[in-house]
Design a protein around this ligand. Structure first.
Ligand code: PRX
Length: 632
């Protein structure tokens, strides 16, 4: 055990030496010439000139010592399947997959979209891309064809990997028809679609010449060995789309060397996982948590990772603890929403299994409220570590760092700055640092540490303008989160400064949902806000102005219209973005210059004071919001 303050100080004041030390945790095919090239702020290039490969570091590197150790355990409570892959077996599967990709002409730098349920093959696909230097872009399986098409057109993939279907809550969800529709909508569809047929969807159809069958190609490449393609450290490893202020999702681009170093270092220092131990991250590979802590982090660190397809409450609320006990899980990671869901279940499930192997439970993605944190801490008798980060950073910005020093944690706070992050809380308009317990925007002084986004895919300008241009007098990275810091240095996150909604730990853009709703032919205008929800943190609420008022004139007609709007969102974006409620109004609150006052709408919807309304154009609009929420 060391002293975290000292460790942190070295990461900032002795930055290059600090990260050179961390870089020893991975294999380099060619050593780097310099730790950091920061000649073009705010673009940071880490470990310049070094050559490495993520897949080599996640698999090949471990073969000497742990070939027969479990690398991946796939468990599906949906299909009842369970399959274990040792490092040797996973290495073989990934080599086969890489050979299939190569046989279809996929090369270094080509993009591959992965639109898959939570199955082992999704992980093979990601690692196979990394092996050959192709750039994967995993799209969450819950996204609708139109969303998928937007991402396809931005990434312009050479090939796409999908499955016939996924399963959720016992229901088969065909994926392939969604892919067909997305490819029909896309301007730049991939040439090939590789389909992993799980025999779930009996109606699976294939397009001659475009669609490929994974199982038969795998047979052809059973003995394939594919040498890792060495990449220069700052060459891209993946793109992951995330929501922001505008309707168009941003492609967060991650590098190779910095990413590998940041993740393995975080496994050791923050998540305290030892090689040979087991980690269970209950998330989805479609989100950043899945990328970092289902796939890359645990494997880079020589651990066993659990890939779980299913809900936390099926077949019953004990399923996670059964998995923990049976697989001797040491470290677990999930979202506060999942814990709140479990809190509503009968308590006996928490004590049905022996979970004494579990040391720590890491929670991230949304605010962790104190009652939930206390409840799970008492029930499991494990360390609860609230950690705060973003798709953009790929690993924690705020966290206690128990691998270095097990500092006391305060409920409701993700503790303090993770090593490498030089944080400042700035006043929204003056850009001055705020005082103790004063609310400010959480920012980081660049260069950002290794592992953070290197740019927005294909749009350097957007990278600078979105993340580094919030303050006139200084170039700092903004997290778009409000926070305070107490006298002991602990941070408290208060929510987003922009129009991002966080539903069950998933980031949704208000503009994205508004654009989806506007696709309905009877919608003239709409405002979407996130309102407090006891389980999911926030829920989506929409206030819409219709073109033809007769279609909302009676309660029955309005209910029908609401259903139609919800279905439009399902179709455009996917059910995760569906509003929990759609209210119909004739006017939306705007400033005289026409800017939608989302913050005031949100305040009213949550029963709070709407704040400064001097710029409001028509007070009647707010009255309508108030009445709609009150059900008048
Ligand atoms: O608002 C913050 C919230 O989630 C946002 C990032 O979401 P995403 O890009 O999906 O990445 C999630 C990675 C864990 C942040 O801007 N957030 C994340 N973690 C926390 C949090 N809010 C409060 N407490 C947290 N621990």
């Amino acid at each position: 055990m060391g002293n975290y303050k000292e460790f942190y100080r070295r990461s900032i004041e002795g930055r290059d030496a600090f990260w050179a030390e961390q870089a020893k945790l991975i294999d380099w095919h060619r050593p780097f010439d310099s730790v950091l090239d920061y000649s073009k702020p705010p673009f940071a290039k880490w470990f310049v000139g070094g050559q490495t490969n993520l897949c080599h570091n996640a698999l090949d590197r471990h073969l000497k010592e742990r070939a027969e150790q479990k690398a991946l355990v796939y468990i599906s409570s949906e299909t009842g399947q369970q399959q274990t892959y040792s490092y040797r077996e996973l290495h073989a599967e990934v080599n086969r997959f890489a050979a299939i990709l190569q046989s279809q002409g996929v090369e270094k730098g080509d993009r591959v979209i992965v639109y898959m349920p939570m199955i082992a093959e999704a992980v093979f696909a990601m690692l196979a891309c990394a092996r050959i230097g192709a750039i994967h872009s995993v799209v969450f399986g819950g996204f609708a064809p139109a969303s998928l098409a937007t991402r396809i057109d931005d990434a312009k993939p050479k090939l796409m990997v999908t499955a016939d279907a996924g399963m959720r809550g016992g229901k088969i969800i065909p994926y392939k028809p969604l892919v067909d529709e997305a490819l029909r909508l896309a301007q730049f569809p991939p040439e090939k679609v590789l389909i992993c047929d799980r025999s779930l969807d009996k109606q699976l159809t294939r397009v001659e010449g475009r669609d490929l069958d994974y199982a038969s190609l795998r047979e052809q490449h059973l003995d394939a060995t594919v040498a890792p393609v060495w990449l220069e450290s700052s060459e891209p490893s993946y793109i992951l789309y995330t929501s922001g202020t505008t309707g168009k999702p941003k492609g967060v681009q991650r590098d190779t060397g910095g990413h590998a170093v940041a993740l393995i270092a975080s496994m050791r220092h923050i998540y305290t996982g030892q090689p040979g131990e087991t980690m269970f991250t209950a998330s989805d590979i479609g989100w950043v948590v899945g990328h970092s802590y289902i796939v890359y982090g645990p494997l880079l660190n020589g651990m066993t990772t659990i890939v779980y397809e299913g809900l936390p409450i099926r077949p019953d609320a004990g399923i996670w603890w059964k998995i923990v006990a049976e697989n001797q899980v040491n470290v677990m990671f999930t979202s506060p929403t999942a814990i709140r869901v479990l809190k509503k279940q009968p308590p006996e499930y928490l004590h049905k299994y022996d979970v004494s192997c579990l040391r720590s439970l890491y929670l991230a993605g949304e605010p962790l409220d104190e009652p939930t944190a206390r409840w799970i801490a008492d029930a499991l008798q494990v360390n609860i570590v609230d950690n705060y980060w973003q798709t953009e950073t790929g690993w924690p910005i705020l966290s206690s760092v128990p691998g270095i020093e097990d500092t006391p944690r305060k409920f409701g706070s993700p503790s303090f700055a993770a090593y490498g992050f030089d944080l400042k809380l700035l006043h929204e308009s003056t850009g001055q640092e705020v005082g103790v317990n004063e609310k400010g925007v959480l920012t980081a002084v660049p260069p950002l540490p290794p592992g953070c986004l290197s740019t927005v895919w294909g749009d350097d300008k957007r990278f600078v303008e979105t993340y580094f241009s919030s303050f006139d007098n200084q170039q700092v990275y903004t997290t778009f989160d409000w926070a305070t810091q107490d006298a002991d240095g602990y941070y408290f996150i208060l929510g987003r400064t922009d129009d991002v909604i966080n539903v069950a730990g998933h980031r949704l853009g208000t503009r994205e949902i508004e654009e989806a709703i506007s696709a309905h032919n009877n919608i003239a205008e709409v405002a979407v806000v996130g309102v407090h929800d006891e389980i999911k943190g926030q829920a989506v609420m929409a206030f819409a102005v219709v073109k033809d008022p007769s279609r909302t004139a009676t309660p029955e007609a309005a209910a029908l219209m609401e259903k139609e709007v919800m279905a439009t969102v399902d179709k455009q974006l996917g059910a995760i973005a569906r509003p929990a409620k759609v209210h119909f109004v004739t006017l939306l609150p705007k400033t005289r210059s026409g800017k939608l006052l989302r913050r005031s709408i949100q305040a009213i919807a949550e029963g709070r004071d709407p704040g400064d309304l001097t710029t409001l154009d028509d007070v009647g609009a707010l009255e309508q919001i108030r009445n709609a929420v009150a059900g008048k």
